[in-house]
Design a protein around this ligand. Structure first.
Ligand code: AHG
Ligand code: MN
Ligand code: MN
Length: 346
């Protein structure tokens, strides 16, 4: 019987906080204290969110719709609002943060910080996979961190210059998946690391060291109900996977929470696709707080992430809530997708 062994004895755990400090010491000693304090705002908020999710069916008023719609025109769930408030509260109290950008806030949330502080912009999807909340299926939180541009010629950068940075400028990105266990996965540009929340200790503990996406997987993940409105080469490509053209017959897996669908793709390989559709001609997923952080992690794990044509990380955002198609996964599947696109002249 196979059994996963802990990667070190119980008495020698490495928490996400220790890991970040070690990484900063090795790679950017100037910012280590500030950056790890900032990250601790995210870990604290996600522990609050996971605790709320774990008890959602027991606590009066935790499940269901809030009654309002967000900037995307989507119905806000009560847990969307709770998660957003928790992140804004925990991050807003850290003076390293100059701006917060959230799926749930139409405009960036700004803070008037003392000179020399407020170095970072944090962008997040507080609760990803809202349609799965009420049915006890995995949901997540996604975040991305940028440095505020330095003042040029004594002029403070404009809010647009601060927030509309391409994914290449990300200093760190990560997600938490509230699954059968709660996991925190992040990259600061030096590999991808996964931590499992140990509820007894109350800390995220290193459980997945230097994660790499397999070269090829056996799953494709897409909302197949939309297939007739995908551009035609997507259908050709999916048929190739189903027909065993890549040397194996693929199975489909689709949860409908990007974090969960991505987490499986990271661990098992394969391909995830959210193409343009009739109702979402530019794709449904949001560039800044869904596609960019997930693309950064994908590349750091050895995979490929595009909008169906171009590298996600190179897209220059023009709006904090803009959408993009997203195709990502293992090298073998992504090369086959590119061949199908070129063959179709698309
Ligand atoms: P959110 O709950 O943050 O609005 O995100 C929902 C997203 C994403 O998690 C998932 O990949 C996608 O919506 C699923 O969309 P479909 O239901 O159209 O397949
Ligand atoms: Mn989302
Ligand atoms: Mn969301």
């Amino acid at each position: 019987m196979s059994q996963t062994k802990p990667i070190r004895p119980d008495s020698q755990i490495i928490t996400v906080q220790q890991h970040i400090v070690q990484q900063q010491e090795a790679h950017s000693p100037d910012s280590r204290g500030t950056f790890s304090w900032l990250l601790s705002g995210i870990t604290l908020a996600t522990k609050m969110i996971q605790s709320r999710i774990r008890r959602a069916g027991l606590v009066d008023g935790a499940l269901g719709a809030e009654g309002a719609t967000n900037v995307q025109g989507e119905q806000q769930q009560k847990l969307d609002v709770f998660a957003n408030n928790a992140l804004i509260h925990c991050l807003g109290g850290r003076d390293a943060v100059s701006v917060l950008v959230s799926e749930e806030n139409e405009e960036p949330v700004t803070f008037d910080r003392a000179p020399g502080t407020g170095k970072y912009v944090v962008v997040f999807d507080p609760l990803d996979g809202s349609s799965n909340i009420d049915v006890n299926v995995n949901v997540g939180t996604i975040f991305s961190i940028y440095r505020s541009p330095k003042p040029a010629d004594g002029h403070k950068p404009s809010l647009d210059e601060e927030v509309l940075q391409s994914g290449l400028k990300q200093v760190a990105a990560g997600y938490v998946v509230y699954g059968s266990s709660t996991m925190f996965v992040y990259t600061a540009g030096f590999g991808v690391y996964g931590f499992t929340l140990d509820p007894a200790v109350g800390a995220y503990v290193l459980s997945h060291d230097n994660m790499k996406m397999p070269q090829q997987g056996q799953y494709y993940s897409t909302n197949e109900a939309n297939q007739r409105s995908f551009p035609p080469h997507y259908g050709t490509y999916l048929d190739e996977l189903r027909d065993g053209k890549l040397g194996k017959a693929y199975s489909s897996r689709y949860i409908g929470s990007l974090v969960a669908d991505f987490h499986r793709t990271l661990l098992k390989g394969g391909v995830f696709l959210y193409p343009p559709t009739k109702s979402h001609a530019s794709g449904k997923l949001r560039l800044m707080y869904e596609a960019n952080p997930i693309a950064f992690i994908t590349e750091q794990a050895g995979g490929v992430a595009t909008d169906g044509r171009n590298r996600i990380l190179e897209i220059q955002p023009t709006d904090i809530h803009q959408r993009t198609p997203l195709v990502l996964g293992s090298r073998t599947e992504m090369e086959a997708f590119e061949r199908a696109r070129l063959a179709a002249g698309a």
